[in-house]
Every structure is written in C-alpha cells, then in structure tokens.
Write a protein that binds this ligand. Structure first.
Ligand SMILES: NC(=O)C1=CN([C@@H]2O[C@H](COP(=O)(O)OP(=O)(O)OC[C@H]3O[C@@H](n4cnc5c(N)ncnc54)[C@H](OP(=O)(O)O)[C@@H]3O)[C@@H](O)[C@H]2O)[C@@H](O)CC1
Ligand SMILES: Nc1ncnc2c1ncn2[C@@H]1O[C@H](COP(=O)(O)OP(=O)(O)O)[C@@H](O)[C@H]1O
Ligand SMILES: [Mg+2]
Length: 421
C-alpha cells in the first residue's frame, strides 16, 4: 500500500573513517558505483575531501529512507546530490527515484548535511506542496479585489450573515468564517437569541449579534426588529443558512428583502422561504444573488430536481431573467447566470465537496466579495471559482472521501493566493 502522507523523513549517519578506508582500498570502484558524473566533479573540485564524500553518501541513504525503499530498488545513482552556487545541497532524482517520489505523491525533497570529527550526518524531508496544476484565466484573476497599503478593516466591507436555528449553528458559522477568510474586514453573525452564547464561543473573530426568539431556538416574527437593526450599515448581507423554513421565517425573509437597501445573497432555507412568494423580487431594485442547489431551485420553480439537472443552463437563465436576479446553480460545474444574459460555467470543484456545509461556505465567499466592492455578477463568478479551488486544494490532502467543509474553509486563503499568483 502506498502511504500518501504529507511528508516523509529520513536520516543517516556515516563514519568518516569507514569511507576513508573504502577509498584507500577501492576508490574508483566505489566512485563508479555510488556517484554520478556531476557528483564526482563536485567531489573532485573540492579536493576529494572525506567529509564531503561521507556527507553525500549519507544524504543518499537518508533520501532512500524518505522514499521508503532503502538503496536497492532505487539505485545510488538515481539519487543525485547537487549543490547551488551558495553551497547548499539539493536533490535531483533520476528514473526510479523520480518515479518513486511521484508514486508517494511527494513533490520535493529537502536535505541538510553536516559533519563533525568522525561522523557525517544527513537529514532529508520529502513533502507535498500545496500545488495544483491549474491554469487560471486572466478574466478570473483580474476580479480579485486588491488590498491597498493604506487601508483598514472598514475598507474591506461589513457583511452580516443571518442564519442558524437550534441544531444548525454550523451553517451560519461556516458562512461567517468563509466571509472572513475571503477578506471581509468585519463580519457579523446574526443568530436567534437562544443560540447567541454557543455562537459566541464558536466564533472568535466574527461579531455575534442576536435577535429575539422567545427562547424557541429559531427566528420568529419577533426577531425582525433586531435583525433590521443588525443589518443597518452593512455593505452586503447573506440570509438563509440553517434558518429553517416556516410561515414566520418566510415572513422574516420577505421583510428583510423588502427593507434592506443593499445586495443580498440568499441561500438554503432563505431560498425555500422565498419560493412561497417569489414575486416580491419584482419590487426590489438592489441586487439579489441566489445560490440554490438543484433541489432548492426545483422547489423555487415548482419542478423536479431531475428536470433542473437535465437543463441546468436553461433553468439558471430562466430564473435569472424572470426575477431579475443572479443565480448560481450549484453542483458539478456550477452555472452562474445574470439577467444581462451572461453565463459562466465553473470548472473548479470536485465530488469531495458533496459534504454538509460546503454550500454554506460559498454564500459567505460571494457576500464577502460583494462587500469588498465587486459587482454581484463578478462576485458570483469569482466566488464559485475560488470556492471550487479551495475544495480542490482540500482534496489534495484529505482525499475526496475525507474532505469536510472545515477543510474547504481552511483552504480558502490558499485558493485566493493561487488566484493571485
Ligand atoms: N452544519 C449545519 O448546520 C448544516 C446545515 N445545513 C442546513 O440544512 C438545511 C437544509 O438544507 P439541505 O441542503 O441539507 O436540505 P434540502 O434543501 O432538503 O436539500 C436536499 C435535497 O436537495 C437535493 N440536492 C442537493 N444537492 C443536489 C445536487 N447537487 N444534485 C441533485 N440534487 C441535489 C437532494 O436530492 P436527493 O438526491 O437527496 O434526492 C435533496 O432532496 C439548510 O438550512 C442548510 O443551510 C446544511 O447546509 C448542512 C450543514
Ligand atoms: N460533485 C461535485 N462536484 C463539484 N462540486 C460539488 C459537487 N457536489 C457538490 N459540490 C459543491 O458543494 C456545494 C454543496 O452545496 P449545498 O448542497 O448547498 O451544501 P450544504 O447545504 O450542505 O452546504 C456546492 O457549492 C456544490 O457546487
Ligand atoms: Mg446548502
């Protein structure tokens, strides 16, 4: 079985007198067997020092341990120790050495060599970097908000996430954290009052606000005034993750849509609530982005999930045009549609993202980009790309079976860095 670990180590210690003895008895056979032409050249330029020879010898042994083979199935000359101009040693693997490294899923090996009196010692670490082979189009790269030197947290937007109910605090937690990890300066999580304490414990950097819930554990119509107060002055809000859906939450969702004068990202139960009376969208002139999975879009349009899945582009466009909103229809190859007839089909992401909470992250990412000043269609395009790439990076380490939403969350910064490169 191949152990696809993140890193692998090896070390070796060599008695310099042993090397001295071998060289005095059979130098050329020893050189021929162990060292490559370039290594011999280096040893020779250095005056055939025993310490150098023993160090290179130890490094090869240490690397063979990183590869998990020992010297044998990977030969001495398939592990080459070269030196930078500064004298720092580095590894060049050849043929079977290279194959073994790839088989282990490692990208590179670092070595360090030392010696003192009778002994030379080498230490090697093979590691897997966060690298992913993806060509990122300039049209995506250029969307990424810049951060200026002379800036502060207020520069990068205020985003409020309205979500949660008893048993579903994870959803707004993930959405809020995703907004923060995407670069928003100030994120507020507005939850039903009876969940305030648990959210405050879970969230360190996010500001927690609560709305009266009469101890029910979910938003009720009594929550409205606190929520409206809480979203005042926000650059963008997200509503829906984990709120549950009933008459009262439908009333709340509608009132928020009617009253809040900025861009709103609506997800999950927010979409379910909206589906009761979607015509309220016609009264609104501020941007709305909905991020349904196929089940949610099916509910919204009153058709089956299967019908949606068979006509993903059609229904994304249809919904976008009919209600004058931006639609990000999730699933493999998320479709983003705008009322201006723009269509974007996302290429990042993988089946490892089919795990609870991964969609909640996307809501936070898109809201964050809007809060940082992107126009909503750009925020949606960049958001789905960045979210999928975070999922791809997470699956490098965790594999598609083991990825959970927290892994994707932790990879949002690396995804953004990758887009920036
Ligand atoms: N930790 C927490 O607090 C979490 C809380 N969460 C919160 O839970 C609430 C309920 O949301 P939910 O999405 O789990 O349930 P729901 O709307 O009934 O959808 C399931 C239906 O949709 C379908 N379907 C979905 N994707 C599909 C696809 N790609 N392709 C095709 N079909 C697809 C699927 O169809 P199936 O294949 O099962 O027939 C099924 O019928 C919500 O508020 C959310 O925020 C979650 O975010 C998780 C973490
Ligand atoms: N097979 C897949 N390939 C790519 N992305 C996927 C796949 N399955 C799910 N995803 C992504 O994972 C997320 C799931 O969202 P959602 O169903 O709302 O989950 P949750 O409500 O549990 O957060 C979406 O962004 C979707 O595009
Ligand atoms: Mg969801």
């Amino acid at each position: 079985m191949i152990c696809k670990d993140r890193m692998s180590m090896g070390t070796d210690i060599v008695n310099i007198n042993r090397i001295k003895k071998i060289i005095s008895e059979k130098k050329s056979r020893f050189y021929d067997k162990i060292f490559t032409v370039k290594e011999i050249e280096y040893i020779s330029n250095g005056g055939h020092k025993y310490t150098t020879i023993a160090g290179i010898f130890a490094a090869k042994e240490a690397i063979s341990k990183v590869l998990g083979t020992g010297i044998g199935s990977v030969g001495w000359k398939e592990i080459e120790i070269l030196h930078c101009a500064s004298g720092k040693p580095y590894v060049n693997l050849i043929n079977k050495g290279k194959e073994k490294l790839e088989e282990l899923g490692l990208d590179s090996i670092e070595i360090s060599i030392s010696h003192e009196e009778d002994y030379a010692l080498a230490f090697a670490i093979g590691y897997r970097s966060n690298n992913i082979n993806i060509k990122i189009d300039d049209s995506i790269k250029k969307l990424l908000p810049r951060r200026s030197r002379d800036s502060h947290k207020g520069t990068y937007g205020r985003v409020a996430v309205i979500g949660g109910s008893r048993g579903m605090v994870g959803a707004p937690y993930l959405t809020s954290m995703a907004a923060l990890r995407t670069g928003t300066g100030l994120v507020y999580s507005i939850v039903p009052k009876s969940l305030e304490n648990i959210m405050s414990i879970k969230l360190t950097e996010v500001i927690v606000k609560s709305a009266e819930d009469k101890n029910k554990g979910y938003f009720t119509k009594d929550s409205l005034s606190d929520i409206l107060e809480g979203i005042e002055g926000m650059d963008a809000i997200a509503i829906g993750p984990g709120i549950g859906a009933d008459k009262e939450r439908t009333y709340l969702t509608e009132e928020i849509i009617n009253n809040y004068k900025g861009p709103i990202v609506i997800d999950a139960d927010g979409i379910n609530c909206l589906s009761i009376n979607p015509d309220i969208l016609y009264k609104r002139d501020q941007p709305i982005i909905i991020t349904p999975h196929p089940g949610e879009l099916g509910r919204f349009l009153g058709i089956s999930t299967k019908e949606i899945q068979e006509n993903r582009i059609y229904y994304s466009k249809y919904t976008s045009e009919k209600y004058n909103i931006i639609v990000a229809l999730k699933g493999a190859n998320t479709v983003v549609a705008s009322p201006k007839n723009e269509i974007y089909i996302n290429a990042t992401g993988n089946p490892g993202m089919a795990t609870a909470g991964s969609g909640d992250l996307l809501t936070g990412i898109i809201a964050s980009f809007i809060g940082q000043g992107l126009i909503p269609i750009d925020a949606a395009k960049l958001g789905v790309f960045c979210h999928g790439l975070a999922g791809d990076l997470a699956s490098i380490y965790k594999g598609e079976h083991g990825v959970i939403a927290t892994d994707i969350l932790e990879n949002i910064p690396y995804s953004i860095k990758k887009i920036q490169e």
